[in-house]
Design a protein around this ligand. Structure first.
Ligand SMILES: O=C(O)CCC(=O)C(=O)O
Ligand SMILES: [Fe+2]
Length: 224
């Protein structure tokens, strides 16, 4: 029997349970009153939604490209893949990455974020951290092809990990714990003023997936 026949998929990415609706409303209201450059929606995805995405990710064509650090080449300390609409190739960490076609559940999550938050993304970068030895250093998602005014939505699946924010001028630091199913929305223009990182956590033995939904300027790189 297919998952659709079990009723799992039909409702999973269309409806929110009432408690989540309440939470989303309060987050939406909290934003203008708060000085925080982000919204954190704990438990945004239910366990069936998380499971559908984690299972799907087994088929994702992850790669571990090499980047130049202080003059020598090193593989990035995680694996990644970029799914996006046509015309949305991306230069990320100095690497050119072609847009691959959207998988089913990643696309459903894109639609859910659009319905519930007006998030008009056209690409998702999926990072896979095999365990707590894998990480992401300080950076901002401020590439030239990111469309001005667009928020970036980050969804965590699998292992819980700490996530740091650091203000570029004041050095103010915020530490969040991102658990499976959580949604972090980094509001425009957060990337101009803040950096973020995912530090190593050597006690973590389980893998973590992170999907960041972004809006790129279509055709920015003009590839055939
Ligand atoms: O894994 C995370 O939570 C962060 C990912 C991230 O910052 C990025 O993909 O640019
Ligand atoms: Fe980032």
């Amino acid at each position: 029997m297919k998952q659709e026949d079990l009723g799992l998929v039909r409702s999973d990415f269309t409806d929110l349970v009432p408690s989540q609706q309440a939470l989303v409303t309060s987050v939406a209201r909290a934003k203008p009153e708060s000085e925080l450059p982000y919204s954190l929606i704990k438990g945004y995805l239910n366990s069936a939604q998380q499971k559908a995405l984690i299972t799907e990710s087994v088929t994702y064509p992850f790669t571990r490209p090499e980047v130049c650090v202080y003059g020598s080449q090193h593989p990035i300390p995680r694996s990644q893949v970029w799914f996006a609409d046509k015309g949305c190739d991306y230069v990320y960490s100095g690497l050119f990455i072609h847009a691959l076609p959207w998988p089913k559940y990643a696309y459903k999550l894109r639609q859910k974020l659009a319905r519930e938050f007006g998030l008009n993304s056209n690409g998702v970068l999926v990072n896979r951290y095999a365990d707590g030895h894998e990480s992401m250093g300080w950076h901002s998602d401020d590439e030239k092809e990111i469309e001005a005014g667009s928020d970036i939505a980050s969804v965590t699946l699998g292992a819980s990990r700490d996530f740091f924010l650091r203000h570029k001028k004041t050095q103010q630091k915020i530490s969040l714990c991102l658990d499976s199913g959580d949604l972090l929305i980094m509001h425009w223009p957060m990337q101009a003023d803040w950096e973020h990182s995912l530090p190593k956590r050597l006690k973590v033995t389980e893998p973590r997936l992170n999907l960041t939904f972004r809006r790129l300027i279509v055709g920015f790189h003009q590839t055939p």
